[in-house]
Design a protein around this ligand. Structure first.
Ligand SMILES: [Zn+2]
Length: 320
């Protein structure tokens, strides 16, 4: 007894010309050999970018990530193992707006995989597709801290901007893996739809909060705050990327008392000691160490999980 597929194949071959038979043999070989080998190899700069790629790419992509969710994505050590990943990749996807300027360009150069160079077929930068916030008006100098001329790079925490990225991401993936094009665009539509539905629910919950005033550590929550109408009264960092000083902490305490701010949201990769000191200086205030990236804490596997965590932290902070 033979394999029924092969039996059919042999019968077909007997009746076909030699040239057609050759094509059929090739097609049959590909059909048996291709499923595992055909996956598009994508390297995402951050876990947030990787989550977007997984949502749109599904089983048609293999995603690897460079910056872990527990790391400050502005500062990543350029390890040779990252270059090895990039050397084998079909596509690298950067967050962009300068977030990885300190490490990704070096890694891409070191990988010697020319299609991944900026502008190449295997390069994508999500920040170029986003309307940025906090674009500095004048010249950017070192005295301003870690300010990027392109604007604030932490846009993945805005569910609407994340939803809007799904379609262009599907298009890019589809250009590199045309056989999965339809699946990419279907997943992109589904992701955008479910994200926008969740956004409605989150916005309703924020609208019910007794106060929308917050203090944050870094400008990581600017897009989140903008989307949900939060009023960021101050930052624990005196300038982006500059650690809090004693004098600045006193200013933040004064501002919190004056503005009646009850909650300090601290990215969980920063030292919470300073935030605790601030909360002690303000009666009734609480500090919430929050995961602000996918995989920054257990249970945060998608961008929606991260947003849900932030909304819940705001609700806890609002309790008397
Ligand atoms: Zn930043």
């Amino acid at each position: 007894m033979g394999n029924p597929v092969l039996e059919t194949f042999r019968t077909t071959v007997r009746t076909a010309t030699r040239a057609t038979a050759h094509r059929l043999l090739l097609a049959a070989t590909l059909a048996f050999a291709s499923p595992a080998a055909a996956k598009l190899k994508v390297v995402a700069a951050t876990t947030d970018v990787a989550a977007l790629v997984r949502a749109v790419g599904g089983d048609d992509v293999d995603v690897e990530t460079i910056a872990r969710g527990t790391q400050d994505p502005h500062y990543i050590e350029a390890k040779p193992s990252y270059m090895t990943k990039l050397a084998k990749a079909d596509l690298v996807i950067a967050n962009g707006l300068g977030l990885e300027i300190g490490w990704l360009p070096n890694l891409i150069r070191g990988a010697r995989n020319p299609k991944l160079n900026p502008g190449g077929a295997g390069y994508m930068e999500l920040g170029l597709l986003v309307r940025p916030l906090e674009v500095p008006a004048g010249e950017v100098t070192r005295a301003m801290g870690d300010v990027h001329p392109e604007g604030n790079p932490h846009f993945t925490l805005d569910p609407e901007r994340a939803a809007a990225l799904a379609a262009p991401l599907a298009e890019k993936l589809g250009r590199l893996a045309p056989e999965a094009k339809t699946r990419f665009s279907e997943r992109a539509v589904a992701f955008a739809k479910s994200t926008r539905e969740k956004l409605k629910g989150w916005a309703e919950r924020v609208a019910k909060l007794p106060t929308r005033k917050v203090v944050t550590y870094h400008s990581s929550l600017s897009y989140f705050a903008d989307r949900f109408g939060l009023d960021v009264v101050g930052y624990l960092e005196p300038k982006p990327g500059i650690p809090p000083s004693a004098a600045h902490v006193l200013e933040v305490i004064a501002a919190m008392k004056r503005e009646r701010v009850k909650i300090v949201l601290v990215d969980n990769y920063f030292d919470p000691k300073i935030a605790d000191r601030v909360a002690k200086g303000v009666p009734g205030a609480r500090v919430e160490a929050v995961g602000i990236a996918v995989e920054s804490a257990s249970g945060l596997n998608t961008l929606a999980d991260v947003t849900e965590g932030l909304i819940s932290a705001l609700e806890r902070g609002a309790k008397p």
